[in-house]
Structures are given as C-alpha cells and as structure tokens.
Write a protein that binds this ligand. Structure first.
Ligand code: AMP
Length: 216
C-alpha cells in the first residue's frame, strides 16, 4: 500500500473512533476536518509519518525525497505537526523564530503565529531585498550561502531555527553559525524530519536539534 493511502487509513481510523455517525465508507477525512480542531492532538507521530511520502531518485538519482505535500493537504495532520513543533519550541525558551527557505517558511510561519513570536526568513543568496549578512557553507561540490536581513539578529536574543528536513545538516549549521556570528543565542533547531543516518546534527555542535520524526 502506498504511504499516502496508509496515511488516509490511519486518519480515517481516528475519525471513525471519534465521529462514528458521520463517517461514511470511502469518505475522505478532509470532509470532516472543519471539526478536527479539538481532537487533532490524537494524531500521533506514527500517524503524521504516514503523510510523508518517499520519492526515490528526486531531485537526482540516489536521493529519497521526503515529500510533505500530503501532510500539508491534511488540516488535521498539518495542525498536529504545528502543535507538536510549537510545544517543543516553546519549551526551548526561544524568543524569535528563524525559518529556512523554503519549506521551513511553511512550518516556521505557522509556529510563529501559534506562539506569537517574531518570524524571520533565512534565504538563499540574492533573494532578500535589503542589506544582508550571510554565512557560506560547503556542499558536496561547491559552496552555498544563507542570508538574513542585516540587523535582524540581535545579540543576546534566543532564536529557534525551523526547517522541514535536516539531512547533512549543512543548511541548519550555516544558519546556526550566522546566529553565532551576530552574537545572538541559539535556543535550538527544530525540524519535522531528521535523516538520522546522515548524522547532520553533529554539524550543529552545541545547538540542540529536535526532530519530530527521525529516519535512522
Ligand atoms: P541539508 O543542508 O543537507 O541538511 O539539507 C537540508 C535542506 O535540504 C532542507 O531545507 C530540506 O528542505 C532539503 N532536503 C535535503 N534533503 C532532503 C530530502 N531527502 N527530502 C526533502 N528535502 C530535503
């Protein structure tokens, strides 16, 4: 069975338990989702994982891409994911949120508004319209860079870094280094998915890494 189909089954099982009268055979869980708000925390991490689809050999041969679009398409699963991220980031004592381009923006913005924290965008070179500060980092071939508007990172303020996936850790580590470079503090790095077999967290040194789902 395809992962997404399994995910729908898992979600539907919850719907059936909680709303037996309105559940119809073959009905998509989404049709019940306007009333999910009170019980979406009943979706656990296994349920959420079913909404993440492995796409082999994308964007290049040998890479298994973690596609989160089915998760975003389910208000229940997306809401539960944001709830879990927000709880962990609140516990970390973060004062402000740094969201990494581009899928980090989706989760970062949802968490920032949930916790009423300022949101800042960490982007690839040339995307931000005003003066920037940046940090270069090595790729397998060549280098890349993360940038943020100058003056955004304030010394002594604690920032939480958010992204969808931590793989090799290069992007998150460069963001952490940008925070350190500006004299600011790190509350941690929080991601939905960690590719633990790549040990990317090792690159972040003393910056704690917190992932909801770890593929080891
Ligand atoms: P890395 O710097 O290697 O940790 O890569 C992290 C960034 O690349 C994140 O912003 C992810 O969105 C993206 N990324 C890396 N590997 C994957 C993957 N297997 N599936 C989806 N996104 C990935």
């Amino acid at each position: 069975m395809r992962p997404f189909a399994r995910g729908l089954t898992a979600a539907a099982r919850v719907v059936k338990m909680r709303r037996p009268v309105t559940q119809h055979a073959g009905e998509r869980p989404r049709s019940l989702e306007p009333s999910w708000a009170n019980w979406r925390m009943t979706l656990n991490l296994n349920d959420i994982a079913h909404y993440i689809v492995d796409v082999p050999d994308f964007p290049k041969p040998g890479v298994v891409f973690k596609d989160i679009t089915p998760l975003l398409a389910s208000p229940g699963a997306f809401g539960a994911t944001v709830d879990l991220l927000a709880a962990r980031i609140e516990a970390s004592g973060a004062a402000e949120i740094l969201a990494i381009e581009s899928r980090g923006f989706i989760f970062g913005s949802a968490v920032a508004t949930r916790l009423s924290l300022p949101l800042h965008l960490v982007r690839k070179p040339g995307k931000l319209p005003r003066d920037t500060v940046g940090f270069d980092y090595a790729l397998e071939y060549g280098t890349d860079r993360v940038e943020i508007h100058s003056g955004t990172l304030r010394p002594g303020t604690r920032y939480s870094i958010i992204d969808d996936v931590i793989a090799t850790g290069g992007t998150a580590a460069a963001t952490a280094n940008l925070v350190r470079q500006q004299g600011a503090l790190l509350a941690g790095c929080c991601v939905v998915i960690e590719l633990g077999f790549l040990n990317g967290r090792a690159l972040l040194d003393d910056c704690p890494v917190d992932s909801l789902i770890n593929y080891e």
